[in-house]
Design a protein around this ligand. Structure first.
Ligand SMILES: C[S@@+](CC[C@H](N)C(=O)[O-])C[C@H]1O[C@@H](n2cnc3c(N)ncnc32)[C@H](O)[C@@H]1O
Length: 279
């Protein structure tokens, strides 16, 4: 994984164990949703799931130094499933005759996209992107849906003018970014955020409950966090810094944004959840 935030490796491999990215084993209850997904969506026999998860983890750890591949925590769906913003957006994606689209930026193996597909969202409306094409490819091996999924996965660098990502311009309604913005310092976060704004479709009004037209639902949301290693504040921005990022993004893109952030901060760990809303 080509990571530009030097602190990421430390963040993701710290021995300290907060809830969202704690090292997980086959016995961890947090893995129940992923286990169900592998059985029901991917058709893997229950008795084969543990070996399959470990085989994919081994391959993933060879192609990426993302610390979640040191254990089975890359399969932890529990935090996103408990995120009220994700719950709301899942409902909108599943709304009758919905045309709403969803993109996971920094999607890694595409776990969240596969969860949504299994939850009934047509995969034609699901997108994932990651700088690491090998992770996207391994995602098909993990979920055994290379022949069946119609989700769009595009490899590209969110910090550059990567032409591959132009295919996403004006395409998506909701963007999820988990453990993504905190890879970069503020300037990189602004660059990635501007690229995301370019990916968004024009909103639809009228209270259809379908796409976001009235700023009531976050169009970009996710989480950041990790251990409070030296300099962590440059990566995990606080509520005011995050608001200022989106003010800058708005000025640069001719758009307007309101931000929300919830911070869980302990002595050794910080974890923030955020939502970015149209104004
Ligand atoms: C810490 S992992 C998070 C993975 C997943 N979203 C999660 O929450 O488990 C960060 C992901 O972002 C990807 N990434 C890193 N730099 C990137 C960039 N410049 N553009 C796009 N993706 C990037 C990495 O390859 C990796 O899969």
């Amino acid at each position: 994984m080509a990571v530009r935030g030097a602190s990421l490796d430390e963040i993701q491999t710290s021995p300290i164990s907060p809830c969202p990215i704690s090292p997980l084993t086959e016995a961890s209850p947090e893995l129940a949703p992923a286990r169900r997904l592998l059985e029901e969506y991917s058709g893997i026999a229950p008795e084969d799931v543990d070996a399959h998860m470990q085989a994919i983890r081994t391959k993933a750890s060879r192609i990426s130094h993302y610390g979640a591949f040191n254990s089975l925590s890359f399969l932890n769906l529990s935090p996103v499933l408990h995120d009220p913003r994700f719950q709301t957006i899942t409902t909108l994606l599943n709304f009758p005759s919905s045309t709403t689209t969803f993109l996971d930026v920094g999607c890694s193996l595409g776990l969240v996209v596969r969860h949504l597909a299994a939850a009934g969202v047509p995969s034609t409306r699901l997108y994932g992107t990651d700088i690491n094409a090998d992770l996207l490819a391994l995602g098909y091996d993990l979920f055994r849906d290379r022949e069946t999924s119609l989700a769009t996965f595009i490899a590209g660098d969110m910090l550059g003018d990567d032409a591959a990502l132009d295919a996403l311009n004006g395409t998506v309604d909701f963007i999820y970014a988990s453990a993504f913005f905190h890879l970069f310092e503020r300037a990189g976060q602004v660059t990635a955020a501007k690229r995301m704004v370019g990916f968004l479709r024009e909103p639809v009004g009228g209270g259809t409950g379908n796409r976001d037209g009235n700023g009531a639902v976050p169009v970009i949301f996710g989480v950041n966090g990790g251990p409070k290693i030296q300099g962590w504040e440059r990566y995990v921005l606080d509520a005011e810094a995050w608001r200022a990022v989106w003010e800058e993004v708005g000025i640069a893109t001719g758009t307007r944004w309101r931000t929300e952030m919830e911070v869980e901060s302990g002595e050794a760990w910080v974890w923030v959840k955020f939502g970015v809303y149209r104004v």
